[in-house]
Design a protein. Structure first.
Ligand SMILES: *Cc1c(COP(=O)(O)O)cnc(C)c1O
Length: 378
């Protein structure tokens, strides 16, 4: 057997997060912060397969409380007929592609799609056509542009990212629902940045599938996601194994295993409440953008006024400083860190995205002041 030195092994112990108590502006992290209840659940179910303690012998999805959550509570929350737990948004997108298309088929996606839409499509062997955005400065997706491409390419699936993960743009998802019905093409709404943050309903949008990400937007430790579907897709998506008639093929029996589901359930009451407060989140985000744009050389890109907590800023003022600063682009990250703020990618100064989700007014003011101070640096 291979021998490892103690040094080699011990480096893995005691990992910690230096900036745990900082104000974190990283969009991918703001919606995944656990509630106290979920944090408790994480510790309680931290041991591998310990969820089975709830009912040894039963399928996890059939443990009464889990079952109620998946087959009643989540469908109502998503406006879907059936829900499956996935390992994340990307896996859910792949599950749909893999179940309802064949390799070589074409799908139509918005130009602001997440990269995982592309990797999922590659894994499923699909040809991807992108509906272009309007370019600088709005990067708007006009869903009516799906129509011409629909006629031309006869896609087997439409995907809309709602909102996209760069600009936080919210295209007219309902309108695309109508278009998808008219052309009878299944429609998937990728709500990785919507489900668990803002009100959203698959049925109201008129979509066939809805995707959410637990670790991104549902106050859960990951990896975990939700996939909601219209009942007409249960047959292909929930098809059963020939040899194990109880087990689903697409989900390899059942994707739900570790502690993540306990956190998703533990935080769910708070998630339901926070979704109701979405308009306040948008107000806070607009307040932040208004204030930050008072600084010369900072401008929000994407559709205005913003309708989401995730925003993309063009920050020429920081870029100009980086050109004369000895630390170059890294100065911004360091200056923010000195002020207890993290979440902007190290090295970025020209533009970057950030989220104000669930930050308190006082915290927003700290960030605004920090940006102002830094913008005045020589
Ligand atoms: C983050 C993100 C994903 C991937 O989410 P996972 O749950 O980590 O797979 C997919 N789509 C969008 C739009 C995202 O922002």
């Amino acid at each position: 057997m291979t021998e490892f030195s103690r040094e080699e092994l011990n480096q893995f112990i005691g990992l910690h997060r230096e900036s745990k108590n900082f104000i974190n502006l990283n969009p991918i992290q703001r919606g995944g912060i656990l509630t106290p209840e979920a944090r408790k659940a994480l510790v309680e179910f931290g041991d591998g397969y310990s969820i089975y303690d709830l009912s040894p012998g039963l399928e996890i999805e059939k443990i009464p409380l889990v079952k109620r959550f998946i087959s009643d509570i989540l469908p109502r929350f998503l406006g879907a007929d059936a829900v499956r737990i996935t390992l994340g948004a990307r896996e859910g997108i792949f599950n749909v592609m893999h179940s309802i298309t064949k390799p070589g088929d074409t799908i139509l996606v918005d130009g602001n799609r997440h990269y995982t839409t592309i990797t999922a499509a590659e894994r499923a062997g699909l040809r991807v056509i992108e509906v272009p955005d309007s370019g600088y400065p709005e990067y708007r997706i006009d869903v009516e542009n799906y129509e011409a491409l629909l006629k031309e390419h006869k896609p087997k699936l439409l995907i809309l990212t709602y909102p996209d993960g760069n600009y936080g743009n919210l295209p007219d998802a309902k309108k695309l629902g109508e278009i998808s019905k008219e052309y009878q093409v299944p429609y998937l709404i990728n709500g990785a940045y919507a489900v668990g943050r803002m009100p959203i309903s698959m049925k109201e949008i008129g979509a066939d599938f809805i995707i959410g990400s637990g670790h991104k937007s549902m106050a859960s430790s990951g990896p975990i996601g939700v996939l909601g579907m219209d009942k007409k897709w249960e047959k292909p998506l929930l098809r059963r194994s020939d040899r194990y008639p109880e087990k689903s093929v697409e989900f390899l029996g059942c994707e739900l295993r570790g502690s993540a589901i306990a956190t998703l359930m533990g935080s769910f009451p708070a998630v339901v409440e926070r979704v109701k407060n979405w308009s306040r989140e948008v107000e806070n985000s607009r307040y932040f953008i208004d204030k930050i744009e008072e600084i010369d050389g900072i401008k929000q890109l994407g559709v205005r006024p913003t309708g989401h907590d995730l925003n993309f800023l063009e920050t020429r003022v920081f870029y100009e400083i980086s050109k004369r600063h000895k630390r170059r682009g890294f100065f911004l990250y360091r200056e923010l860190k000195k002020r207890g703020i993290t979440g902007i990618k190290p090295g970025m100064t020209k533009n970057f995205k950030l989220s104000t989700y669930q930050l308190k007014k006082e915290e927003l003011k700290i960030v605004i002041n920090a940006f102002e101070e830094i913008s005045r640096m020589d």
